[in-house]
Design a protein. Structure first.
Length: 133
């Protein structure tokens, strides 16, 4: 694929870098003071839309507040992206809460719980075994 064919991927990386930079101090909304992490940015090949996936360490309410704050800052962020990336037009930004980290944590917890009875059973078998002294 040509270099132009990967342009949207390169733009996505640049957008992620700039949004992370803005979150580190330029966006003054207190709702973004919690730990907001941009996990991924996907830009359509025509550069018209960008999905920004983010996660927030916190309660459901803090996540919802961060979502509202990002949606409110959307226009400012787009303006900044035009300036910083020297684009004629920034893509439409769509902020989406990425719950994959939370889902992975929950799956890990469930897997650990399913392994616990086996571990207990093995210990009981070992205790009952005549070879165990």
């Amino acid at each position: 694929m040509t270099l132009a064919g990967h342009r949207h991927e390169r733009i996505a990386e640049e957008i992620q870098h700039e949004i992370v930079s803005m979150l580190e101090g330029e966006l003054k909304d207190p709702r973004l003071a919690t730990n907001v992490i941009v996990t991924e940015v996907r830009v359509t090949p025509d550069l018209k839309n960008a999905r920004i996936y983010f996660t927030v360490e916190g309660t459901l309410e803090e996540r919802a507040e961060a979502q509202r704050a990002l949606d409110k800052a959307n226009g400012f962020i787009r303006h900044e992206l035009v300036e910083r990336l020297q684009m004629r037009r920034a893509p439409e930004l769509h902020f989406l809460l990425d719950d994959s980290v939370e889902r992975a944590r929950r799956i890990d917890e469930l897997l650990r719980k399913t392994q616990e009875p086996d571990a207990v059973e093995r210990q009981l078998v070992n205790l009952k075994s005549p070879h165990h002294s």
